[in-house]
Design a protein around this ligand. Structure first.
Ligand code: OAD
Length: 232
């Protein structure tokens, strides 16, 4: 039985819930350039365009028919039923893990349903659109609010605690991530030095060769039975 589990999820775990992944057929980065929408430079140059992109994604999450799927629920069940240390790290900015019942999710790329003030640095829950002239609820600055997500070129969140947990885990499980974006793509190598490593993905990821065990298929179909086995 394992003592400490770290799970890393990516956009693929939310695909069966109806949210687009980033890469591959139908992915967000097929129709948009990441450099135009997901960098601090893009926000400085075209704030309206960047806000509109995130406002649309936020609206889809809040009002679209988007629900957690069996893979999200399976991870919540693992957390509830596992007696050791359990950590869920996600690159996803959606809230589907929380809606499935997961607790203390580490959103290393931030959250779509939070905004941050570039003036005072405070972060707030937001469900509606962020406008160019929105007022910061804390410091009352105008026009300095941005989605509290991590853009390319920015430091992912929670890295110190994630590094410590990766260094101590004995099972590392990656679900629905293509292994293109670091530092997350490098977690398997850190954990693999001492832990069992498992990849659950639709297809082999860019870092598939670093995993000891690989399970290919839809996360909503492959993950629940794997987790039932773990909990036995
Ligand atoms: P990607 O879109 O790069 O990869 C999603 C992976 O999920 C692919 O390998 C798919 O094959 C797989 N996949 C698709 N449907 C699946 C399903 N039903 N079950 C299991 N796997 C499935 O998404 P991420 O790896 O999460 O960052 O991307 C990492 C980061 O790049 C994102 O957080 C985002 C993006 O640009 C920023 O915006 C900073």
């Amino acid at each position: 039985m394992y003592r400490s589990i770290v799970v890393l999820t990516g956009a693929g775990i939310s695909a069966e819930s109806g949210l687009q992944t980033f890469r591959g057929a139908g992915g967000i980065w097929q129709n948009h350039r990441a450099e135009d929408l997901a960098t601090p430079e893009a926000f400085a140059a075209e704030p309206a365009l960047v806000q509109r992109f995130y406002n649309e994604r936020r609206r889809q999450l809040v009002s679209g028919p988007i629900e957690p799927n069996p893979a999200h629920y399976a991870l919540a069940k693992l957390q509830a039923g596992f007696s050791g240390t359990f950590t869920l790290v996600t690159q996803n900015v959606d809230n589907l893990h929380e809606r499935a019942g997961s607790q203390n999710v580490l959103h290393m790329h931030g959250e779509l349903l939070r905004m941050r003030c570039g003036g005072c640095g405070d972060s707030f829950v937001v469900e509606g659109d962020i406008e160019l002239d929105s007022l910061c609820p804390a410091c009352a600055s105008v026009g300095l609010l941005r989605p509290d997500v991590v853009w390319f070129g920015e430091m992912p969140k929670h890295m110190d605690v994630i590094a410590r947990l990766l260094g101590d885990c004995d099972l590392f499980l990656a679900v629905g991530t293509s292994g293109n974006v670091y530092p997350a793509a490098g977690f398997v190598e850190i954990a693999g030095a001492h832990a069992h490593t498992v990849e659950v993905n639709l297809e082999p990821s860019e870092v598939q060769s670093h995993f000891a065990e690989r399970l290919y298929g839809k996360a909503g179909e492959v993950l629940p039975p794997y987790i039932e086995q773990l909990l036995k």
